[in-house]
Design a protein around this ligand. Structure first.
Ligand SMILES: [Zn+2]
Length: 82
């Protein structure tokens, strides 16, 4: 899981904003956004049912069932501003 923002105390950060899925080593989210500088939450697997999950990313993850825990979350600052 990856996000553009982190909130919470050090060691207890959590993502803020829309959640996107990103594979380890990829610079892009599943929905095609460049996420090279976004915080990545390695310990939080992406699920399509998550509140705030990106619909396109969720669709992409559902197509690859069995590898879901390899995905990461991300949030996009542009959508946070809405
Ligand atoms: Zn996405």
């Amino acid at each position: 899981m990856t996000s553009t923002h982190k909130v919470g105390a050090i060691g207890a950060e959590r993502p803020y904003g829309v959640l996107h899925a990103k594979e380890p080593g990829s610079a892009f989210t599943k929905c095609g956004q460049r996420a090279i500088n976004w915080p990545v939450f390695w310990d939080r697997p992406f699920h399509a049912q998550l509140k705030g999950a990106c619909h396109k990313c969720a669709t992409g993850v559902r197509r690859r069932r069995g590898e879901v825990t390899a995905d990461l979350y991300a949030t996009n600052p542009a959508s946070d501003a809405q």
